[in-house]
Design a protein around this ligand. Structure first.
Ligand code: AHM
Ligand code: MG
Length: 345
């Protein structure tokens, strides 16, 4: 092989690359890297592999259905949003907390299933990050075997004296450093960004590892697909109504699974726009800012797409509560622009 051939070859494209080796390789490009991400992501990898196996065995192990109090912990079966928890929601939450609790650099965990953050350690004790997660998004679809997922965001906490706990998590200087989701679908897929593009991994069950299948994923700039729960049309704003009229007149297709991870995954790979807007009865929308909207927004922007609330970028929203909700419009840049144009009229 000539020198020319040697330097132009991207060796890793042909080689088997696990999530772990990928993160270590990425960190080598940053001389100041401390190994923080590899440590946290190995915990997320372990947790999501465990959840994947539980999701696949849910019916066999009889963990489909609603949670009650008792054997599944302190919960009375209703979460902080007032929503009925399913047994698997609680199991997935416990698995993630068990896998991340001992990671020395995590200060706190924020979960959809817990009213308060789990504070693990202070900054003096090494806690520099918060991890936000929705342990099992779309779990109401589990009993019909539709794809569900775990969404996560890793947030670098501000170093301001006296700012700790929930105040640090909600502080405007808290920075989303990494985000991703794991889709438990016909295959188990992890989509991840650490701020340097978006990479996709598939869980190879035979070796028990997430394997890199696609690096630097780009969302197509346009595609005539919208994804929205159109049954709520009479409760949408005029702007969203105008967009739907425009989309109908322009031969768009509709695709809505009702499981955010699946809908966003399709949008990322095929293009289009995913919309969960505010409705008259839910003026803030349904999806939660910290552990649903923000991680998906970071992924979409890193893949070249857009993610907005209708009044600005999702990533520019300063949170005011752990379980705050926001309207979500995300996907291909041109498709998001069409929605925005109709809202702005
Ligand atoms: P969950 O976190 O309670 O599972 O709710 C979030 C889910 C999303 O996955 C999905 O996009 C949305 O709720 C569907 O809501 P709707 O049934 O109102 O269309
Ligand atoms: Mg959710």
């Amino acid at each position: 092989m000539t020198d020319q051939q040697h330097t132009s070859t991207n060796w890793t494209d042909d080689n088997l690359m696990s999530l772990q080796s990928h993160i270590l390789a990425e960190e080598r490009h940053h001389p100041s890297a401390t190994g923080d991400f590899s440590w946290i992501l190995s915990g997320i990898s372990l947790a999501t592999k465990t959840i994947a196996s539980k999701v696949r065995r849910a019916r066999i192990e009889d963990v489909i259905g609603e949670a009650a109090g008792g054997p599944f912990g302190e919960s009375d079966g209703i979460n902080v949003q007032g929503e009925q928890q399913l047994k698997l929601d609680i199991i997935a939450n416990e698995v993630i907390k068990a896998c991340l609790g001992s990671r020395a650099n995590i200060a706190s965990l924020v979960s959809e299933e817990d009213e308060e953050p789990t504070i693990l350690r202070s900054r003096k004790e090494g806690g520099r990050y918060a991890v936000f997660f929705d342990p099992l998004d779309g779990s109401s679809n589990i009993d019909v075997s539709v794809g569900v997922g775990t969404i996560f965001g890793i947030v670098r906490l501000p170093t301001i004296p006296g700012v700790r706990g929930t105040d640090a998590i909600l502080h405007e200087d808290a920075q989303m450093a990494a985000a991703g989701y794991v889709l438990y679908g016909s295959s188990t897929v992890m989509v991840l960004t650490t701020g340097n593009g978006v990479d996709m991994f598939v869980l190879d069950q035979s070796i028990g590892a997430f394997v890199l299948v696609k690096r630097k994923l780009r969302v197509p700039a346009s595609r005539k697909i919208y994804s929205i729960n159109e049954a709520y049309a009479s409760r949408f704003s005029e702007g969203v109504g105008r967009y739907l009229d425009w989309a109908h007149a322009n031969n768009y297709s509709s695709r809505y699974i009702g499981s955010m991870v699946s809908d966003v995954h399709r949008t990322l790979l095929k293009g289009g726009v995913f919309i969960y807007p505010q409705t008259h009865d839910r003026p803030e929308g349904k999806l939660r800012l910290l552990y649903e909207a923000m991680p998906m927004a970071m992924l979409m922007e890193q893949a070249g797409g857009c993610a907005v609330t209708g009044t600005g970028r999702i990533l520019d929203v300063t949170p005011n509560a752990l379980h705050q909700r926001v309207p979500v419009i995300l996907g291909s840049s041109e498709e998001v622009a069409h929605v925005q144009r109709c809202i702005d009229v």
